[in-house]
Design a protein around this ligand. Structure first.
Ligand SMILES: Nc1ncnc2c1ncn2[C@@H]1O[C@H](COP(=O)(O)OP(=O)(O)OP(=O)(O)O)[C@@H](O)[C@H]1O
Length: 244
């Protein structure tokens, strides 16, 4: 694995008004890599993603691919970053494959229609998440878990360097949870992506290669994933001490 740091965070302080949630966070994420971000409800995991996507002000330095985030214009539009928030809402009927093909937005010009080749990619992405059978359904009529698979297919088409996923397996059953974690692994090993994944799903982390960051720790740091590390972090999160 190369030691190039796709994401470098130094002395990050972020939160809301009088409430600081991330205090003096340092983080160097190598590329490519899978990084699971864990911690109690409300400890600041989504807040970290909000800082990384420019949705909230922060103090400190964030570098994306060696460039200061404050000087980058629309990193999503240039393919540096793709973000899957916890809840994606669509307020109008739309065929699933039409939603997925929008992941190709960087590859076609404004107002031009997507090409047949884009739809081939969209259908292949749906197949990889195990949702090819949903291609012609109305997205708004799908279950929460089915919608989550569709968003993942769309995200894959964005072909970004760094992916931020906020609880992508939250509504999935045991089969699809495991399947999505192995899909994310393939983004790292086959496509050399770096994936930051907020999750409470510790059971699926123990056997994955990559790193874990526990934001409930007083001084969070990257640790290589292993069964022993996941067990230690689970015990910490289950302890009264961790809520102090
Ligand atoms: N816009 C906001 N203004 C004020 N406080 C907020 C705002 N958004 C979130 N918070 C608070 O900040 C804290 C951290 O929220 P965040 O969404 O980062 O938690 P999280 O670690 O992702 O939790 P979960 O695992 O439950 O998703 C929570 O207590 C939340 O209520």
């Amino acid at each position: 694995m190369s030691q190039f740091s796709v994401l470098k965070i130094e002395n990050l302080v972020a939160g809301y008004e009088q409430r600081v949630l991330l205090r003096n966070l340092f983080l160097y994420v190598p590329a490519p890599a899978f990084l699971a971000i864990i911690g109690h409800n409300g400890c600041g995991k989504t807040t970290l993603f909000r800082a990384l996507t420019g949705q909230i002000p922060y103090q400190g330095t964030i570098e994306l691919g060696g460039q200061n985030l404050r000087t980058l214009r629309r990193p999503a539009a240039s393919g540096q970053l793709a973000h899957l928030p916890q809840r994606g809402v669509v307020g109008f009927p739309i065929e699933v494959r039409e939603l997925v093909v929008m992941g190709r937005f960087r590859h076609h010009s404004f107002l031009s229609a997507y090409r047949p080749a884009d739809y081939v990619l969209a259908e292949a992405a749906l197949t990889r998440v195990g949702a090819a059978h949903l291609a012609h359904r109305d997205f708004t009529e799908l279950s929460g878990g089915e919608q989550q698979l569709v968003w993942l297919a769309q995200l894959a088409l964005q072909d970004a360097g760094l992916y931020l996923l906020d609880e992508p397996t939250q509504q999935l059953d045991v089969y699809y949870r495991r399947r999505v974690f192995s899909l994310l692994q393939s983004w790292v090993t086959d496509h050399h992506k770096t994936v930051l994944c907020i999750t409470h799903d510790l059971d699926n982390l123990a056997t994955l290669p990559g790193y874990v960051l526990n934001l409930s720790r007083p001084q969070p740091r990257l640790q290589a994933l292993s069964a022993a590390v996941v067990q230690a972090e689970r015990e910490f999160l289950e302890s009264e001490e961790s809520l102090a």
